[in-house]
Every structure is written in structure tokens, then in C-alpha cells.
Write a protein that binds this ligand. Structure first.
Ligand SMILES: *Cc1c(COP(=O)(O)O)cnc(C)c1O
Length: 405
């Protein structure tokens, strides 16, 4: 056990099983530990560092905004945040408006409050929110109600607003429920993240849009993990031809700093009035300045397109590996730079694989116990893809040779 590991155990609550390496610095697609060892970062701080670490445009934005002001409160006009809101709205739901938060869970809270306010304002008879089995929408108590993973919610108070849990991609079940129970909204992740990287079918997403139109429900999309270029578009729904009513964002938008929020379409843009919601810190001017830098790099400097090509290369190579070793690699789900590798290994063996990759200098995440989740930066290079694929293949052939013995 190294010194930092020991101090961590002594002074920090153990809410996460930490990878026992102490990080000294990070640059580009690599983390460096205090022993000087280098790691290829294939999960980008859980889908945050979409441009890798210390991208020059991010560093420039820190320096510029860092010399102007860091915090002013919501009582003043905040140019970097206004500019970012304008760009987010113009790229998603023109005519809509943004409410900022400091995190993803708070974006979910804001969505719950906006939906509740909409119900009371329109004197709707509708009530409750539909969510998917195994969804993840955050860990504060309101958001936790919508997070349908028993291990995450079971020991905590359940707020009493009604929710309905439905199976992923089951259109009939959803439609029957919406007609019978008259919920006010449905909230889904386009690709379930912490639930194991499960992609919603385009038919399902289109059906949600149709049902919400027919039943006058709010279609809310949690793009906290899938947004900001992660799947190859600015937001994942932009692969399809529909528009949601509400978009939740966080993770990648702050360029590494905390920032989140919701974008409401025009018919919901004025649901919140003075005093209905607020927070002291959000939007942090520095986070917002970094948000603008992230959008500059993605949209104006072509990184979204280059990231899409890198993701295609990664998918091609992983798919080829899966075809070569179907006895180990079951299938790969996800979209763009969000991949869930499902194997025929049990959870101990998957952890062993994660350990092996760590030793070889590659960081991958495991979610839903056995799904190897990759959330690489859009800046991943062809050489880095080869490096990862080679190491993965090496482990697979080793496993197969052990099994044969
Ligand atoms: C991470 C995540 C959240 C919660 O965001 P925090 O910033 O951790 O509160 C909510 N929804 C989804 C889909 C996420 O991936």
C-alpha cells in the first residue's frame, strides 16, 4: 500500500473502491502517477474530459477567465455563461432556454422541479415520471428516486412523487402505461451509462416522441453522459430526426470543471419564474468559459468530426477482435466514444482483466459488475487504439491458453 492509499483510507470516506494509484499530473490522453508511471486514460474521469487533459484551448480559457473573475453570483449578468447558453440553445432547441447547475444530479433535480412546476402551472391532471429499469440519473434524493438500480437507492428515503419503471426498448409496455396512468413526463438516457451501456433503439426513441405528442407528456432526455460529443454528435438524440422537450447535460460541458444544467424547449422555457429555483455557484464563470472552449474545439476546430472517425476506428478493431474471440467477447454495445464490452467472463475475471490493463498502463472502467466500459477522449489516436487492442488481445489469448490447460 502506498502512502496516499493509507491516508485516503484514514481520512476519506470509502464510498468508492479506488484504483490505488495516486495521480500527480495529467496531459493529453495520459495520467501520470506519483511513481512516474504513465496510463492511457480510456474513461476520461467518467466521461468528463472529452478533449483529454489540459487541452491548450482549455488552458488558455482558464488563464483568460481566471484573471477576470471566478464568482459573481446569479445577481449579475455573467457573459461567459450567457454566451454558452446561447450556443447550447442554438445547437439544440432554438427558442429554448438554459438553467445551469453544478452537477448532473442537480440537473436531474432541476428537471424534476420544472416538470412539477409545469404540472401545477398548466393545472394538469397528469402526474409522475416514467423511467427505465436500471436507469441512472444521479444520487441526490430527488434524482435517486429516478435512478432504478436497487443497489444505489435501496437504503435511502424514497421521495413520494410517483414514478413508473418500464423495460428498455419495450414500446407496447410504455404506451399502455402512459394511456392508463397518465404520467406527466418520461426521462431516459439515449444510451444507459451506469446501467451497463445499453443503447435505446431508434424505434423506441421515436415511439417515445410520438407517445409524448399524443399524450401531451414531456419528453426529457438525460444526456449527462451521452452529450457533448461523446457519441459523435453534440447530443446523442441528434443521430435521429426528433427533438426532446428537455435536455439534461453535465459531465463534459465544463471542460473538467463542475457544470451542468437543463435546456428546455420554447414551450417550457418560461415555466420557472422568479424564485422557483436557484443555486449560489452555478453557473461558475470559469466553468462556463471552459464550456465555450469545449464547444470551440468540438464545433469550430473539427474535433467532433475527428473524434467520430477515431471512434469508428476503435469500433472496427473491437468488432474484429470480437469476431475472432467470440468465446470471450460476447458483444459490444454503445455509440461513438461510449462503449460497453460484454464478455463471457465473470465479475472476478473482468476485474482481473482491468488489473492486467492497469499494469500495462491502460485505464478502463467496469460498470454493472461485468461490463467493461470505455469512455475514451475524442482525441484518441490510431496508435493508442492499436496499443489498447493489442493488450486486450494479449490478455484474451492468455485466458484461452489457461482454459485449455
Ligand atoms: C453521471 C450521471 C448523472 C449524475 O451526474 P453527477 O454529476 O455525478 O451528479 C446523471 N445521469 C447520468 C446519465 C450520468 O451518467
Amino acid at each position: 500500500m502506498n502512502e496516499w492509499h493509507e491516508l485516503d483510507n484514514r481520512y476519506m470516506m470509502s464510498t468508492v473502491k479506488r484504483i490505488p494509484i495516486a495521480i500527480e499530473r495529467a496531459e493529453g490522453n495520459y495520467l501520470y502517477d506519483t511513481e512516474g508511471k504513465k496510463y492511457l486514460d480510456l474513461f476520461t474521469g467518467l466521461a468528463v474530459n472529452i478533449l483529454g487533459h489540459l487541452h491548450p484551448r482549455i488552458v488558455q480559457a482558464i488563464e483568460e477567465q481566471g484573471h477576470r473573475f471566478l464568482h459573481i453570483s446569479n445577481l449579475f449578468l455573467n457573459p461567459p455563461a450567457i454566451q454558452l447558453a446561447k450556443r447550447l440553445v442554438e445547437h439544440t432547441l432554438p427558442g429554448g432556454k438554459v438553467f445551469y447547475t453544478n452537477s448532473g444530479a442537480e440537473a436531474t433535480e432541476a428537471a424534476i422541479k420544472l416538470i412539477s412546476k409545469w404540472i401545477s402551472k398548466t393545472k394538469s391532471h397528469k402526474n409522475g415520471i416514467v423511467v427505465l429499469k436500471n436507469s441512472f440519473h444521479g444520487r441526490t434524493l430527488g434524482a435517486l428516486r429516478l435512478t432504478r438500480q436497487p443497489s444505489v437507492y435501496q437504503d435511502f428515503p424514497q421521495l413520494s412523487f410517483p414514478i413508473y419503471e418500464v423495460e428498455v426498448n419495450e414500446i407496447e409496455e410504455l404506451e399502455e402505461l402512459c394511456i392508463k396512468e397518465q404520467p406527466a413526463a418520461i426521462l431516459v438516457e439515449p444510451v444507459l451509462g451506469a446501467g451497463g451501456v445499453i443503447t435505446l433503439s431508434s424505434e423506441y426513441l421515436m415511439a417515445i416522441r410520438r407517445i409524448c405528442n399524443e399524450q401531451q407528456m414531456i419528453f426529457a432526455l438525460d444526456e449527462i453522459q451521452t452529450g457533448i460529443g461523446r457519441t459523435g454528435k453534440l447530443f446523442a438524440y441528434q443521430h435521429f430526426s426528433f427533438q426532446p422537450d428537455l435536455i439534461l447535460f453535465a459531465k463534459g460541458i465544463g471542460g473538467g470543471l463542475p457544470l451542468g444544467g437543463i435546456i428546455a424547449a420554447s414551450h417550457l422555457a418560461n415555466v420557472f419564474q422568479y424564485g422557483d429555483h436557484g443555486t449560489t455557484f452555478a453557473p461558475s464563470p470559469l466553468s462556463a468559459a471552459l464550456g465555450n472552449a469545449v464547444l470551440d474545439v468540438l464545433l469550430e476546430e473539427g474535433q467532433l468530426e475527428r473524434g467520430r472517425q477515431a471512434a469508428e476506428e476503435l469500433w472496427d478493431q473491437l468488432t474484429a477482435l470480437q469476431k475472432k474471440y467470440p468465446q470471450i467477447l460476447h458483444y459490444i454495445d454503445g455509440k461513438g466514444m461510449m462503449l460497453g464490452i460484454r464478455t463471457h467472463l465473470n465479475s472476478d475475471e473482468v476485474q482481473q482483466l482491468q488489473q492486467y490493463l492497469l499494469q500495462e498502463g491502460i485505464l478502463v472502467n467496469v460498470t454493472a459488475k461485468t461490463v467493461i466500459r470505455l469512455l475514451p477522449p475524442l482525441t484518441l489516436s490510431a496508435a493508442e487504439i492499436d496499443f489498447f487492442i493489442n493488450k486486450l488481445e494479449h490478455y484474451i489469448s492468455y485466458r484461452l491458453s489457461v482454459k485449455e490447460d
